[in-house]
Design a protein around this ligand. Structure first.
Ligand code: NDP
Ligand code: 13P
Length: 297
């Protein structure tokens, strides 16, 4: 919807039958500049393709369709770590499409806010600076401001890891533990995110930017966030609609596996992984986090 301000856009969906009013984005009718199709061959004629699938669906999609995407400028918007491969979307893309230019578009941005034309700032990360500059200008609009970064690993890990911490923040609020505890989770969660990301090759400055701290702040403090609401439901011992995409649940399990492999201590992510699979109670998870050996900050 935002990009249609810059010119014609083709939107591919596996089921285009819903037309211009998609229940996934209630209250928004797609502008006329958007062509909706379920024909992937025609949609991939464009030179720049944005991939907006959930992280756990991307690998399967690429297994079926990579040939149509190779050689293009591919911009991933998924915020997660693939559970089977333990890699981010950009690695899945570069392995499946070796001739493509890969970029990541991420940062604090609820789809509903962007679709309403509210001002939003994002990180566009691309290892190829020239292609990154082209994309930055192609995808920015007067209300969608893209900052360019060369740190694709840091940008995508910030977006993936903040979802895990947002679940933890939701648990804290859902369980009635208060805003002070939430601030502690955000801060210690940020320390955890930064440690793992740097270990995996990210620059620390990227984690402190829009794609890390920026998105962490948004998702840990807004009930618009699905990850936060999922955590809130766990904390309040309430059910949660399994049809809603909650990237942080699978990503917490991926992070737990990655941190074991790398010998990195990720106590909050480990508790979120266990809470998401109901293998620990909220009370036991809190007790576990509060009674760890005392440390320096
Ligand atoms: N929503 C938001 O505010 C933001 C989301 N993101 C990230 O974007 C990614 C996607 O999120 P979002 O759009 O909200 O998720 P949704 O679950 O709302 O929508 C996912 C879309 O992907 C389609 N899809 C799912 N699996 C497949 C598949 N195997 N093949 C083809 N299409 C598929 C779905 O199609 P169908 O409708 O047919 O099921 C649906 O159109 C996530 O990683 C999320 O973290 C990033 C920033 C903001
Ligand atoms: O990534 C998002 C905002 O930047 C969307 O967050 P949720 O997936 O938690 O709704």
């Amino acid at each position: 919807v935002a990009l249609s301000a810059n010119g014609p856009v083709t939107l591919w969906a596996r089921d285009a039958a819903w037309g211009r009013d998609n229940p996934r984005l209630p209250g928004v009718t797609l502008p006329d500049a958007i062509r909706v199709t379920d024909d992937l061959g025609s949609a991939t004629q464009a030179g720049t393709l944005l991939l907006a699938l959930p992280a756990q669906a991307l690998g399967g999609f690429l297994a079926d369709h990579a040939a149509l995407l190779d050689g293009k400028r591919l911009v991933s918007t998924a915020k997660g770590i693939d559970l089977t491969r333990l890699t981010g979307p950009s690695t899945l893309l570069s392995e499946a499409c070796p001739q493509a230019t890969i970029a990541v578009l991420t940062g604090p941005s609820f789809a509903a806010d962007i679709a309403r034309g509210l001002p939003t700032a994002l990180t566009l990360a691309c290892a190829d600076r020239k292609a990154g500059l082209t994309l930055q200008h192609q995808l920015s609009t007067p209300v969608l401001r893209l900052y360019l970064s060369g740190d694709i690993i840091g940008a995508e890990l910030g977006g993936a890891l903040k979802n895990v911490i947002a679940i933890a923040a939701g648990v804290v609020i859902g369980a009635g533990l208060g805003d002070s505890a939430r601030a502690a989770i955000i801060t210690r969660g940020f320390a955890e995110m930064t440690r793992l990301a740097i270990r995996l090759g990210a620059r620390s400055g990227t984690l402190a930017g829009l794609s890390g701290l920026g998105d962490l702040t948004l998702t840990c403090t807004s009930a618009q966030s699905r990850n936060f609401r999922f955590g809130q439901a766990i904390g309040a011992r309430q059910p949660f609609d399994a049809a809603i995409t909650v990237e942080g649940a699978a990503t917490a399990r991926a992070v737990a596996a990655l941190s074991r492999k790398r010998g990195e201590d990720m106590p909050i992510a480990a508790m979120v992984a266990r809470l998401a699979e109901s293998s620990i109670s909220v009370d036991d998870a809190i007790q576990h986090l509060m009674t760890r050996p005392l440390k320096e900050e």
